[in-house]
Design a protein around this ligand. Structure first.
Ligand code: BGC
Length: 248
């Protein structure tokens, strides 16, 4: 079994979640541990929370971490729209590697979800152009084509005078108590804007809200085939874990 397991950790705006994953099948090997973060954690506090997840699973091995920001050079955190601003400029591989004593690979959280969905989930076997969107605190995005995943930051596309995610994230629907219809039509208009420049053949929608897809998919009106993520909100954990195989 050794070499087939990695700990996947998904850092999000309201919680971090982790579980050991079988990297050949994409299956979780234990129930995930979720640590809620009602206050934004500083990088040091976050590294302690990550270490807590590793300790919980008695982990000694590769760790993949999905982070909600642009990552450069496989390690450097360039943006932190929904987490503590002090993350900007931090080398995540070093920060979390020191805290856990394990080798760490960093990947954008939506790109991690795309890795999992394209390999084991809703995009399995599909080689055409796929747009994956994750709807949560922010809006995550990635394109996949011919087996290659490219992280994007479409949630920050200027749209209707704002950052798009300030208008269409799942958190906006909850915080502003929007009806599914109102939010769905707005999200649909945004996705149609994306379709006009990206021309995806398949759109996969992830994030916690994807489990309620029957409430809003009908309002989206996309040209491309639209499907919910199969891993729902576990794609980030699985994708971060399998990412460790690509970054030795
Ligand atoms: C971040 C992205 C992230 C998305 C979803 C955005 O605010 O900039 O990097 O993928 O939120 O978490």
């Amino acid at each position: 079994m050794s070499g087939m397991k990695a700990l996947g950790i998904d850092i999000g705006g309201s919680a971090l979640k982790g579980a050991p994953v079988n990297t050949r099948t994409g299956r979780l090997l234990a129930d995930r541990l979720r640590i809620a973060t009602p206050e934004p954690l500083s990088p040091l506090q976050m590294s302690r929370a990550v270490a807590r997840i590793a300790r919980h699973f008695h982990w000694r091995g590769p760790i993949g971490i999905g982070f909600p920001g642009a990552i450069e050079g496989g390690c450097r955190i360039m943006t932190s729209a929904n987490l503590h601003p002090k993350f900007v400029g931090v080398d995540g591989r070093k920060l979390f590697g020191r805290a856990t004593g394990c080798p760490v690979s960093m990947i954008n959280d939506a790109a991690a979800a795309a890795e999992a969905e394209m390999r084991f989930g809703a995009g399995r076997g599909f080689m055409g152009k796929t747009l994956l969107l994750t709807l949560g605190t922010g809006v995550g995005s990635a394109l996949a084509y011919q087996g290659v995943v490219v992280p994007l930051e479409l949630g920050h596309l200027p749209w209707r005078g704002r950052d798009a995610e300030d208008l269409v994230a799942a958190s906006v629907r909850e915080n502003q108590d929007l009806s599914w219809k109102k939010w769905g039509l707005r999200l649909g208009a945004f996705i149609q804007t994306l379709e006009s420049v990206l021309w995806p053949e398949l759109i996969i929608v992830g994030g916690g809200v994807s489990s309620k897809h029957e409430k809003f998919f009908k309002y989206l009106g996309t040209r491309a085939r639209l499907v919910p993520a199969e891993f729902l909100n576990q794609a980030g954990i699985v994708g971060a874990a399998i990412w460790t195989l690509s970054t030795k």
